[in-house]
Design a protein around this ligand. Structure first.
Ligand code: FUB
Ligand code: ZN
Length: 579
């Protein structure tokens, strides 16, 4: 497996999703989810915290890392605006950016919790207080606004905030990184956007410091003032009185990791960032470690929905094959992080099995995190319920709602990528995009009714004969896959799980893809003891949920005749097109 960037994701503004399934979700995102989250940010004081920090008056409201919810919302709103411009959302974005900028301190420091409540504790409790995590989400929001809307005001704030971090931590300064990974992802993104490579090197430095000894978190455990504010590291990072660090992947240097441990969102974000850094720097040893850990997760610690992090106690991983259904934690953000990491591995290798996981996660473990009203959310996504789980409009710890919003905003980017000479179609969703190849531009238009119906058609419009490759992933779940091209030209070649069409394309050329879609009874690995005697039902990438409302019987008492193929029937009353 080679490990160098094979393609780039198209930014949301460069691709129009026309897919019946996802365009509906994007419509819900723009019209409901983004305004809904903004209302919650206002009502819960999250935006007012910035105003208070700017005026240096008043108390901080909420949880110490609430700034990050505002940043994640801004990122989602940037994508939403690129999809469908709403003047009221733009006003909310502009107002919020102004308030954030006003709150930033003269030296670039920005964290409203510390500024309002504990100015003496700046960067003294990295293990718990998420200052660098918040800066990471600030940077991502700033990049999204710059890339998609051409707005750079927040980028200036973000660059100054990163400058403040770098004035303290680094190879020539203090060793430090955040208890919750995220800044690493953001720095790589900032390097891509600005062309300033030192951000990438800095991300890699943080990634590689993690897991060495002594850990910077160890000394913090004895800083009484810092622990008085939040002593979670004393519980989370020690095991039998000894420093372990597993909770935040600080147990071993990353190149020695063999399995996923600790808090799931943190782990996914770390590995996503490390994959991107390894890919950009062509670091094969790091790559080998990342693929090894990904395999451990996919083969032994992942739910059928691509939900990850089974345990509530550490919001994370336990041991191989420990995948309870009723108690499953499977946080929405963890599935999102897993999708992000798998997507980076896909970018680095082009291997379609990573796209299989991206797709599985998007249609299941991620999307279960939001209701079809666009205004209700799950934080844990259990695989079994006795009726006690309901989606709710908001959480005190509201990491998941804006995270699922920013993911829906990026569906087009996750589905289609481009390199200098090829377009990569990872998910068979409907889209329109214009790409530039050395021979000239090409307008691509794809149509289909995935995931409910078989079949996909890609139309190519070029001004003159134009050479490029079209690479279409053959999904792991698809049976009887076949292709037909309008020119009856050369057959596809198969590489990395993709069908690859190399051609000089003419106006009006088309590729049709067909497959068959059967509902399949799925069994888990026999060591998942919880699932002995149980099956799940999957059709294409969609894992079905069996519920009493439709059955008139208690699901726990239901049995399935697995020797009979289930019949697929329309359920369009539940969701348009649903089968
Ligand atoms: O700590 C920030 C976020 O809140 C984590 O990613 C989630 O697991 C939740 O704890
Ligand atoms: Zn979350």
């Amino acid at each position: 497996m080679s490990f160098s960037r094979r393609f780039r994701n198209l930014p949301p503004k460069a691709i129009r999703v026309t897919d019946p399934f996802w365009s509906r979700w994007q419509e819900i995102l723009c019209r409901r989810t983004v305004p809904h989250i903004h209302r919650q940010l206002v009502e819960t004081g999250r935006i007012a915290n910035f105003e208070r920090a700017a005026s240096r008056s008043g108390r901080f409201e909420g949880l110490f890392f609430n700034d990050s919810d505002v940043y994640k919302w801004l990122e989602a709103a940037a994508y939403a605006q690129a999809i469908r411009f709403e003047p009221s959302t733009q006003e909310a974005i502009d107002d919020t950016v102004r308030k954030i900028a006003a709150a930033q301190q003269a030296d670039g420091y920005l964290n409203t919790f510390i500024q309002l409540e504990h100015p003496d504790l700046r960067y003294r409790n990295l293990g718990a207080l998420h200052e660098l995590y918040c800066i990471g989400h600030l940077v991502e929001a700033a990049c999204a606004l710059a890339e998609n809307l051409g707005q750079t005001a927040l980028l200036d704030v973000a660059v100054r905030a990163v400058g403040n971090v770098r004035s303290v931590f680094g190879p020539d300064g203090r060793i430090g990184y955040c208890g919750h990974e995220e800044l690493e992802n953001a720095l790589v993104r900032l390097a891509d956007l600005t062309g300033e490579e030192s951000y990438r090197a800095y991300a890699l430095w943080m990634i590689e410091q993690r897991g060495r000894r002594p850990s910077p978190f160890e000394a913090e455990l004895w800083d009484e003032a810092a622990m008085a504010v939040n002593d979670h590291p004393r519980h989370a990072l020690l095991r039998n009185g000894e420093y372990s660090g597993e909770y935040c992947q600080d147990h071993l240097p990353i190149r020695q990791h063999t399995e996923v441990v600790g808090h799931a969102v943190r782990a996914m974000y770390l590995y996503a960032a490390a994959t991107q850094a390894a890919m950009d720097l062509g670091d094969e040893a790091l790559e080998a470690a990342l693929v090894r850990v990904w395999r451990n997760l996919v083969d032994k610690r992942m739910y059928i929905t691509a939900g990850v992090g089974a345990s509530a106690s550490n919001e994370g991983f336990t041991r191989d094959y420990d995948l309870p259904n009723l108690q499953a934690y499977a946080e929405t953000c963890a599935a999102i992080g897993f999708v992000l990491w798998s997507q980076r591995l896909l970018e680095a290798t082009g291997e379609s099995e990573f796209a299989d996981v991206v797709e599985l996660g998007l249609y299941n473990g991620v999307l279960s995190g939001i209701g079809t009203d666009g205004e209700s959310f799950f934080y844990p996504n259990p695989l079994e319920s006795r009726g006690q789980h309901r989606r709710v409009p908001w959480f005190a710890c509201a990491c998941c709602p804006p995270n699922v919003a920013r993911t829906i905003g990026q569906i087009g980017s996750l589905a289609v990528g481009a390199s200098d000479e090829a377009v990569w179609i990872h998910l068979p969703i409907g889209f329109d995009a214009e790409l530039r190849f050395p021979d000239g531009p090409a307008r691509l238009s794809a149509r289909g009714e995935h995931p409910w119906k078989e079949g996909y058609e890609l139309s190519i419009d070029v001004d003159r004969p134009t050479e490029f490759e079209v690479r279409v992933r053959i999904p792991g779940w698809a049976d009887d896959v076949s292709f037909e091209t309008s020119d009856d030209g050369e057959a596809a070649e198969y590489e990395c799980g993709d069908a690859v069409f190399r051609r000089v394309w003419k106006p009006g050329d088309r590729i049709r893809m067909a497959w068959t879609l059967h509902p399949v009874w799925m069994e888990s690995h026999p060591l998942v003891l919880e699932n002995a005697g149980r099956v799940a039902l999957q059709r294409g990438p969609v894992v079905y949920c069996l519920e009493e409302a439709d059955l008139g019987a208690h699901p726990q008492n239901f049995s399935a005749d697995v020797w009979t193929e289930p019949e697929a029937v329309s359920a369009a009353d539940l969701f348009p097109g649903a089968v």
